[in-house]
Design a binder for this molecule. Structure first.
Ligand SMILES: Nc1nc2c(c(=O)[nH]1)N[C@H]1C(S)=C(S)[C@@H](COP(=O)(O)OP(=O)(O)OC[C@H]3O[C@@H](n4cnc5c(=O)[nH]c(N)nc54)[C@H](O)[C@@H]3O)O[C@H]1N2
Ligand SMILES: Nc1nc2c(c(=O)[nH]1)N[C@H]1C(S)=C(S)[C@@H](COP(=O)(O)OP(=O)(O)OC[C@H]3O[C@@H](n4cnc5c(=O)[nH]c(N)nc54)[C@H](O)[C@@H]3O)O[C@H]1N2
Ligand SMILES: [Mo]
Length: 858
């Protein structure tokens, strides 16, 4: 390759004559109508949008007669507010990418650049890291809730891009169920948290007592991972209208507690549920109330667990008196709860808040054990359910042909491909890619092809720990993981500077890599912390398709673009497609190849990226048509479906109304064993025993959390809960005018008990400061008698608004939370474990800047 050609590409004016041109330009423009009603879908349901003169003017739910969901009405703000209009590069980074003053991330000025310059910069930096660090230097684990849509699936699109260019370090698990999804397979052989639940109709028919334990379905069912089918909330209303007795166990009166206004509300101290459950088990045992037959036929290890309950080895009997002291719930209440659970066909619906806590593996393990002793598991309307509060678990499933979507795997035959050979790729005898043998490819080429992400991948919430401690080895679920030395981060569809714990520590960790790239729609706190920011379209600006109902497969939803792409924003898929072109060019140059080679390579990579489709719309059609081909149901062809722009709904199957979780296993545990080593419910796990961890042992146990109310002598200490917000999806919608309906003097509201407030001279509506050794946060006080004394509730998802010291001026709880793993078993986050001090805020007037663009950005 002539050096001149290389240099030419380096300057903005070069014409890349041979390289493919942008096929995406105006890709949706033709289909956009200036005045129309357009149906599309978001996490919060199918939407009906009105467009006038090319502008969105109204947003409503598509399905009528559903419970009011405020998230559905703010689409205008999602299109027009706080947008990133152009590509931007941080000033010091642009000046010298190789000496870019990482300490100025979040403080530097931003400089607008052309798309071409931005993409070239990303490609060059990526290639540089691949050369110096290999795939292990690139973190693209990029966690987040992005937007729904089977094609414009930003995280998968990033992974696909990274796989095509040589692999990346990924992440394991999620923030939602970090602890449960690792412990549950050891206990019941499946992750449980994302499994279909016993059907609601059977609950309505059979359940006598429903205990909603640490769950807030009335809020959390407003959204779903794909698109909400909105049926779960209807069932909550039916339960409320039925004779089922409801008990809520939650340290504060959540929307759900208020909704079930006749329910008993038990308020334990946060993080003490395991103690309560253990005591209930001791009570059942000592009063001979437990189901011996169930324990005998369906579980293993009860006899090894029993000595612990009875305190045979440690001298502490885990009885009601003991648990009452720890939890603050009076003994009589705990006894009555135990008896009613035993005497009625009872179902425990649990949320996930209690497992997002120190030793978060324990509560659900204890809950399964308790339910085994009660003997209701596998009965229609009895047992436990870990996913009723989420994505409409428990709603009957249809026989809809499932519509597929983009994935991160590369398909097709690549054998004898020169380029891939250079990259170190290998092929099997059929010409299919072998997911790279990392060591081998690094040895041969200095690059790692398709690094085995599972080896390098980290438990998702260990990101700051990894950045700060390259090459450190940690324990994880019986394995060892060695952290990579990360030099390049690419993040899409997530907001780490809101969702991660101990944000001030994350700020330090963020200084470690040399390059941080982010595709974002808005100037979020995380976008502000990047080096290169690429503006992305919102879902309302692109054509896509989705299913609604994660468990129900209720409908196939056309997601039709309503308005033109905002300013210079591009779809994620287009960004990666274009990046491949520049990447191919620099890659070719580096390998002394000429422009023809680069052009062929670019085309090849781009074709592979789009699965040989001409554009992203063709993929929408392709996945719909594939689904059509798989069903005998009479469905419209793609053209008709798209033209109609209506959701296709399907009837639930009769079988699915009769679905009872664990029924097969209970029916015949020999023929239908669980996926555990014993095939039974493991109260005692020899697998975990062999791991020999000090913080997660062979059976459920009470471990004191590192911070909680019973282990503090500080009278001004409060336990901070940061549950999921009622009026947002995490940080999504935080910048819309919906916030005017709940903020206090412009700040995120923090709930506290009026008695506590009085003692601190705090009145409803005052600004308060929450603080601990990790940092401080300003929020607005909202007094509520339903909050347990010494507990404060500040929802997650408020946009982090750092002052010069990294403390938050707006109300993001994660400045205060602990960045520690649940245990060596699961390494989940522990965001519900934190103590804080509370006082009235008396400092200087605060200027909230969370929702203003950073210096230099328009
Ligand atoms: N203290 C505390 N912290 C918590 C929790 C808690 O309970 N307490 N909960 C944790 C849990 S369970 C979760 S799931 C996380 C949630 O954390 P996140 O998933 O990171 O939160 P979101 O606000 O959904 O972030 C999604 C981001 O993607 C952007 N986005 C949307 N669509 C697109 C797209 O098409 N392309 C691109 N490039 N970007 C897009 C949005 O603008 C937004 O900034 O928070 C965790 N953090
Ligand atoms: N509107 C809305 N819906 C959402 C989301 C959102 O951001 N907004 N996020 C979605 C996502 S990604 C997820 S993971 C789920 C989260 O679903 P969950 O994890 O279930 O939600 P949380 O709000 O964290 O916790 C549920 C309840 O548990 C309580 N809790 C916390 N700690 C304890 C404890 O120690 N003991 C007891 N008994 N209760 C405790 C909290 O006070 C809260 O009321 O919600 C999903 N749904
Ligand atoms: Mo989550």
């Amino acid at each position: 390759m002539k050096r001149r050609t290389f240099l030419k590409l380096g300057c903005a004016s070069s014409s890349l004559a041979l390289l493919p041109t942008n096929i995406f330009a105006n890709s949706t423009k033709n289909s956009i109508l200036k005045n129309a009603q357009v149906n599309t879908a978001a996490h919060w349901g199918v939407l009906q949008l009105s467009v006038k003169n090319g502008k969105l003017v109204d947003s409503k739910p598509y399905y009528k007669n559903k419970r009011y969901n405020d998230l559905q009405y703010y689409t205008q703000d999602l299109i027009y507010k706080n947008r990133i209009k152009y590509p931007y590069v941080r000033k010091s980074f642009l000046k010298n990418p190789n000496d870019n003053k990482p300490e100025l991330r979040g403080k530097d000025e931003w400089v607008r650049v052309s798309w071409e310059d931005a993409l070239k910069l990303v490609s060059k930096q990526l290639l540089k890291t691949r050369k110096t660090h290999g795939a292990n230097g690139i973190f693209a684990g990029s966690y987040g809730w992005k937007s729904p849509g089977n094609i414009h699936n930003s995280r998968t699109l990033l992974h696909r891009f990274m796989n095509l260019t040589g692999g990346f370090v990924g992440s394991l698990g999620d923030y939602s169920t970090g602890a449960s999804q690792v412990i549950m397979p050891h206990v019941v052989g499946s992750i449980e948290v994302y499994e279909q639940q016993t059907n609601y109709e059977l609950i309505l028919e059979n359940t006598k007592l429903l205990v909603i334990w640490g769950a807030n379905p009335i809020d959390t069912l407003k959204i779903a991972w794909t698109v909400s089918d909105e049926q779960g909330l209807d069932y909550m209303q039916k339960i409320k209208d039925s004779n089922i007795k409801v008990i809520c166990i939650d340290p504060y009166a959540s929307t759900t507690v208020k909704f079930f206004d006749k329910a008993q509300h038990i308020r334990p101290r946060p993080n003490t549920d395991t103690a309560i459950m253990l005591a209930m088990m001791t009570y059942l045992y000592e009063n001979n109330l437990y189901d011996k037959e169930f324990i005998e036929n369906y579980t293993v290890g009860f006899e090894k667990f029993l000595p612990y309950l009875l305190g045979k080895n440690d001298g502490i009997k885990k009885d009601i008196t003991w648990a009452s002291k720890i939890s603050g719930v009076d003994e009589q209440t705990l006894i009555e709860l135990t008896k009613s659970l035993k005497n009625n066909l009872s179902l425990i619906m649990s949320g996930w808040g209690m497992q997002r806590a120190h030793h978060g593996e324990q509560p659900h393990w204890a809950m399964v054990t308790l339910c085994a002793m009660l003997g209701h598991i596998g009965k229609a309307g009895g047992g436990f359910g870990l996913s009723y509060h989420y994505s409409n678990g428990g709603v009957a499933t249809t026989n809809t042909p499932v519509v597929g979507g983009v994935n991160a795997n590369l398909v097709g035959k690549w054998s004898n491909d020169e380029f891939l050979g250079i990259m170190g790729a290998k092929f099997d005898s059929n010409g299919h890619l072998i997911q790279g043998d990392e060591d081998e490819s690094i040895k041969n080429t200095g690059q790692s092809w398709l690094a085995k992400t599972s080896d390098a991948a980290i438990p998702v919430a260990r990101i700051a720990d990894m950045l700060l401690n390259p090459n450190k080895t940690i324990e994880h679920n019986g394995k060892k993981i060695t952290y990579s030395d990360i030099d390049f981060i690419y993040w899409v569809g997530g907001n780490p500077f809101v969702h991660h714990q101990d944000l001030k520590a994350l700020r330090k960790a963020w200084q470690k890599p040399s390059t941080i790239v982010m595709n974002e729609i808005y100037w979020t706190p995380s976008a502000k912390m990047a080096d290169i920011v690429l503006p992305v379209t919102s879902l309302y600006e692109r054509d896509d398709i989705s299913m609604s109902g994660d468990y129900s497969n209720y409908s196939i939803v056309p997601m039709k673009a309503a308005v033109n792409k905002y300013e210079e924003s591009k779809d994620d898929i287009e960004i990666f497609y274009e990046l491949l072109k520049y990447y191919a060019f620099y890659f070719s140059t580096q390998n002394n190849k000429d422009e023809n080679y680069a052009a062929t390579l670019a085309k090849k990579l781009q074709n592979a990226y789009l699965d040989n489709a001409k554009n992203s719309f063709e993929l929408v059609e392709k996945y719909y048509s594939q689904a059509l081909a798989r069903t005998s149901l009479e469905l419209p062809n793609f053209q008709a479906f798209w033209q109609e722009n209506k959701a296709l709904e399907f009837e639930a199957t009769q079988d699915s109304f009769e679905f009872v979780r664990f029924a097969d296993f209970i029916d015949d545990p020999i023929l239908n064993p669980l996926g555990t080593p014993s095939g039974l419910i493991e109260i005692y796990s020899t697998t975990i025993e062999k791991m020999n961890y000090d913080d997660c042992k062979a059976h459920p146990m009470w471990f004191e959390p590192i911070e909680y109310l019973a282990n503090t002598s500080n009278p001004s200490s409060f336990h901070l809960l940061s549950p999921h917000p009622s009026h947002r999806l995490h940080s999504q919608l935080c910048h819309t005018s919906l916030k005017d309906t709940y903020t206090i003097k412009g700040h995120e509201p923090c709930l506290m008990n009026p008695e506590d407030a009085k003692e601190l001279n705090i009145k409803d509506g005052d600004l308060i400061e929450l603080s601990n050794e990790r940092g401080s946060v300003i929020a607005g006080a909202k007094l509520d008698e339903g909050v347990l004394n010494k507990v404060v509730v500040l929802a997650e998802g408020a946009w982090y608004d750092p002052d010069e010291n990294g403390n938050c001026k707006y109300g993001c709880p994660n400045v205060l939370t602990l960045d520690l793993p649940t245990s060596k078993l699961a390494n989940g986050n522990i965001s519900h474990t934190a103590l804080v001090n509370v006082k009235k805020y008396t400092g200087k007037k605060v200027k909230i800047t969370a929702f203003t663009p950073p210096k230099g950005a328009k």
